[in-house]
Design a protein around this ligand. Structure first.
Ligand SMILES: Cc1ncc(COP(=O)(O)O)c(C=O)c1O
Length: 473
């Protein structure tokens, strides 16, 4: 906290608690500044703030006094701390508020990423100069036209650029009107859960699966029913048995999160037939499909959909950087207005200047170039990781699907408890989230999620050594 705010707060508390009586004369700003060995301007700032708020009175030159007219209620009120006020409140949260407020989604992101936290791109390889040049170009032009409230669906040139990109790169079928710019895939999941499902509805959730998606459904009052993943992806026949009335299936078909399985074509077609037959929705989360190393990226499920059951979402968190908070949805034409209106209620729209910069970044081919470069870098980093795991941890950790994405699952030997290993790894200074944390049902083979995209070869080598220690212990 700044010195000025600290001084302001201390004087205010002294007045409210009666330690400084009404009418008491305060030292001059010069004297107090000397006594406290701080700048006189700082003291003047605090005095002026208290004068403006009515705690002090007086005029420059003739001295400053504690206000004589402080209302009794202010003086009588004990100086309570904010935390104590919150604790003493007995009003309950709403039921919705309880499930929303219980989510622990953001907890582990308070400190900087370290190996092997997944889902983080190589941030030190971001084209900083290019991005700042584009940003500066917009601001230099004094973009008054970009500053008012605007279309909740997003900045039109960005919607166009994304429509072209997903059509070419992901075989998505859409026109720009179907694109909705959102603040990351998380908002797409939240909007879809709230707009498509009612409280109490059941939906199919991949198990293991993305905790962010599960949290969004639970917050919307929806019941996620865990459906197991096998080597072909989500097992539809089990889903039909466990939750025959499910109104939505959440899937990551290009690269299942976190196992890395690619959903087979026959499963994709089976899922689409199920949605059509049951008039249910499919929410396709295509979060990191850009990174495929052995072959071309697998085409989207949305591109195969003939009945308009698929809501597709993508994000720039993995190809650019997570704090950009820009992502997109492709929604069936008949839902565009509903999603646009809902987006306006939630947060009006995403920041326009950043959208404009991103639109230009894509249109000028920088995005495609950056992705190509990152694909090569991540491939090298993945090789280093696999190589180290083979040398240091052969027999203890097995890697199966690794042809895509930014992380692998290090499967542990049967009976090994991943949460225990993960905890030990944390004590040794590395992050290796346990697969169990992504499971809804107990049991199943343990594993560790090992993100590699964001970390240098050196970091990866050292982190694998520590992982070996965690597994040995
Ligand atoms: C499966 C999955 N979906 C989506 C996201 C990205 O979310 P956002 O775009 O909100 O950053 C992630 C990030 O970790 C993810 O793993």
């Amino acid at each position: 906290m700044s010195l000025y705010l600290q001084l302001y707060g201390q004087l205010r508390t002294a007045i409210l608690s009666g330690r400084l009586r009404p009418g008491a004369k305060l030292p001059s700003t010069r004297t107090l500044a000397e006594e406290l060995a701080i700048a006189r301007n700082t003291v003047m700032g605090a005095y002026e703030q208290l004068l403006a708020e009515g705690y002090l009175e007086g005029e420059t030159g003739s001295g400053t006094y504690v206000a004589r007219t402080l209302p009794d209620v202010v003086l009588a009120a004990p100086a309570v701390r904010l935390s104590a006020q919150v604790k003493s409140s007995t009003a309950p949260l709403s039921r919705r508020g309880q499930s929303l407020g219980r989510s622990r989604l953001g907890v582990r992101f308070s400190d900087p990423p370290k190996p092997f936290r997944p889902g983080i791109p190589a941030l030190d390889h971001f084209p900083f100069a290019l991005w700042s040049r584009l940003l500066a170009k917009y601001w230099r032009r004094e973009p008054a036209g970009l500053l008012p409230y605007t279309d909740p669906a997003g900045y039109q040139p960005l919607r166009q650029a994304i429509a072209q990109y997903v059509t070419a790169a992901r075989a998505v079928r859409c026109d720009p009107e179907q694109i909705l710019i959102v603040s990351g895939a998380q908002q797409a999941l939240d909007l879809a859960a709230r707009l498509l499902l009612d409280s109490g509805d059941e939906m199919w959730m991949e198990d293991p699966g993305y905790t962010g998606a599960r949290a969004a459904f639970i917050a919307a009052g929806v019941k996620p029913v865990p459906v197991p993943i096998d080597d072909d992806g989500l097992d539809i026949s089990i889903g039909e048995r466990l939750a025959p009335k499910a109104r939505l299936a959440y899937v990551t078909p290009s690269h299942q999160y976190p196992t890395g399985v690619v959903m087979s074509l026959s499963r994709r077609l089976e899922l689409l037939r199920w949605a059509e037959r049951r008039r249910s929705w499919i929410l396709e989360d295509d979060y990191d499909s850009e990174y495929r190393y052995a072959s071309r990226p697998v085409a989207s499920l949305q591109g195969l959909d003939k009945s308009g059951a698929v809501i597709y979402c993508g994000t720039f968190s993995k190809v650019l950087f997570p704090s950009l908070r820009l992502g997109y949805m492709v929604v069936p034409a008949r839902l565009v207005d509903a999603f646009r209106n809902a987006k306006a209620v939630v947060d009006r729209h995403c920041p326009t200047v950043e959208q404009a910069v991103l639109a230009e970044f894509i249109a000028e081919g920088h995005l495609a170039r950056h992705i190509r470069r990152m694909r090569m870098l991540y491939l090298e980093r993945k090789h280093v990781l696999l190589d180290c795991l083979r040398r240091e941890l052969a027999g203890a950790v097995e890697v199966r699907s690794h042809e895509a994405g930014m992380h692998v699952v290090g499967w542990l030997q049967k009976g090994s408890r991943d949460s225990v290993v993960s905890h030990r790894a944390q004590e040794l200074g590395i992050e290796a989230p346990a697969l169990t944390a992504y499971r809804d049902r107990p049991g199943g083979r343990g594993g560790l999620i090992l993100g590699y995209a964001a970390y240098s070869e050196q970091q990866i080598r050292e982190a694998v050594k520590r992982l070996a220690m965690a597994l040995d212990a």
